[in-house]
Design a binder for this molecule. Structure first.
Ligand code: SAM
Ligand code: SF4
Length: 459
């Protein structure tokens, strides 16, 4: 059984924040120098960065984080869409539109409706989904969740298919996680929401009110053999400085205990939701603070992917891509059945309403390369195996070709003429930058095969 203090020692984190107040310029510059080595940072170093307020130093943090991002993730940005499957929920989380006290009608997709939604998502060009469920042991038991995943993998539209299903479901048992593992999920994501126990207790009612059930869920997932794990905090519930330290402390614990840290961090900020009377969340986080958080996480845990959603405005998302984000959703809906229709009960409201094609236009304008790649987990490159490739920088040699191949599929099958024209130039540009001649030749050959109609070619 894990011990709370090994994962998050509240006293220590508060003390660290106190002790690192008012850092000097020299201190921060020294920490940034260390960050550039891409070996991570200690909690004290992170505390100092969180306490730095000088705008000139913030700019330096952004440029250091940006450099680390480019070194590790290159020019790539991976795209996915959430698929909300059910809004039934037994919990009453104070911040969420699906909370139990909301009397609005609930919806759970039938398997036929899952197929309909998946076809729509495939026709948009998506290859990766993140499944979202409220928690309801009788409406959405684990066997239903497994059936939904099977149905998704089995649903094809034209040349489209979903190749990786990531899952965000409530904390559950080792047996249930084993079922998820067996059906073939990508990442299992679960957010602690707030690591601050007193705040957690105040904001949760129902099965999720058990702080330990939530905090130890990732250990149970590891015990079930799931080694790509996603962590997150819902920013706005408690002091973000504490939450960032706690998130890093949790990541360090997983690394120490299982030899592999989290695969991803998510950084959602609270957004207005049905049946939540808040005008402001209890501890609001500004857009600039969110960017700070992203930069600090990128420096502190360089090999953990980072996800930003369409909760944020396009302008902020663009900045975030520069300083640390490696995955983003596009054209999302947060109501079950919300693709192609307007459904009533959404979990929360969004700030980026663009189509996939428009999001891609923005990404290309930034000089980045959109990727729909799902190769790693299908090739067994998960957990420690993935990190062993990522840390010496070897993952680049696989990721860039795979990004080019999956983006080429998008251009052939779904792009507007404008995105296709611009996208083909971007492909040529990055193809030319593949350093290994044999890999470059093989990628070129596979791009040609995709043009001839073949699909799903990957390294
Ligand atoms: N019900 C499961 C759970 O709570 O873990 C699964 C995922 S829930 C559908 C996804 C996430 O949405 C939650 O973990 C929470 O962080 C986030 N969320 C809930 N209400 C939100 C709001 N009003 N604004 C932004 N994010 C919210
Ligand atoms: Fe239910 Fe998850 Fe919303 Fe909580 S956050 S009310 S568990 S859907």
């Amino acid at each position: 059984m894990p011990i709370i203090k090994d994962i998050v020692n509240e006293e220590l984190l508060h003390r660290t924040l106190e002790k690192t107040k008012n850092p000097t310029e020299e201190q921060i510059i020294g920490i940034l120098r260390k960050a550039r080595k891409k070996q991570g940072l200690t909690l004290e170093e992170v505390g100092a960065l969180l306490n730095a307020t000088d705008p000139a130093l913030t700019q330096q943090m952004f440029s250091t984080a940006g450099k680390i991002k480019r070194d590790i993730y290159g020019e790539r940005l991976v795209l996915f869409a959430p698929l909300y499957v059910s809004s039934f929920c037994v919990n009453d989380c104070a911040y969420c539109g699906f909370r139990a006290r909301n009397t609005a009608e609930r919806k759970k997709l039938s398997l036929e409706e899952v197929r309909e939604q998946v076809r729509i998502l495939e026709d948009m060009g998506h290859k990766r989904l993140l499944l979202e469920f409220g928690e309801h042991p009788t409406e959405t038991p684990i066997d239903y969740i497994v059936e939904v995943i099977r149905t998704i993998y089995d649903t094809k539209s034209g040349k489209g298919e979903i190749r990786r299903v990531n899952v965000n479901i409530a904390a559950t048992t080792v047996e249930a996680y084993q079922k998820l593992k067996a059906v073939g999920i990508g990442t299992y994501q679960l957010f602690q929401e707030t690591y601050h126990r007193e705040t957690y207790q105040k904001l949760h009612q129902g099965l999720k009110a058990d702080y330990e059930r939530q905090l130890f869920a990732h250990d149970r997932a590891f015990a079930a053999g799931i080694d790509d794990i996603g962590l997150g905090v819902l920013f706005g519930l408690y002091d973000y400085r504490f939450e960032v330290l706690a998130l890093i402390s949790h990541a360090q614990y997983l690394d120490r205990t299982y030899g592999v840290g989290p695969h991803t961090f998510s950084v959602p900020r609270w957004q207005p939701a049905d049946a939540v009377a808040w005008e402001e969340p209890p501890a609001p986080v500004s857009e600039n603070e969110l960017l700070n958080i992203i930069a600090i996480l990128r420096m502190a845990v360089p090999y953990t992917g980072m996800i930003i959603s369409t909760r944020e405005r396009p302008e902020i998302r663009e900045k975030a891509f520069e300083i640390g984000i490696s995955q983003t959703s596009a054209a999302s809906r947060t109501a079950p059945g919300g693709y192609g229709k307007s459904e009533k009960l959404a979990q929360f409201s969004l700030a980026d309403h663009r189509t996939v094609d428009d999001v891609l236009k923005g990404i290309l304008k930034q000089g980045l390369l959109p990727s729909f790649c799902t190769a790693c987990y299908r090739k067994g490159r998960t957990g420690a195996t993935f990190m062993d490739l990522a840390k010496p920088g070897n993952i680049h040699n696989l990721c860039r070709p795979n990004a080019l191949l999956t983006f080429k599929e998008y251009l052939e099958d779904y792009a507007s003429p404008e995105v296709k024209e611009r996208g083909l130039l971007v492909i040529e540009n990055y193809l030319a930058q593949i350093p290994d001649a044999a890999t470059k030749r093989e990628t070129r050959a596979r791009l040609d095969r995709i043009e001839q109609g073949e699909r799903d070619l990957y390294f």
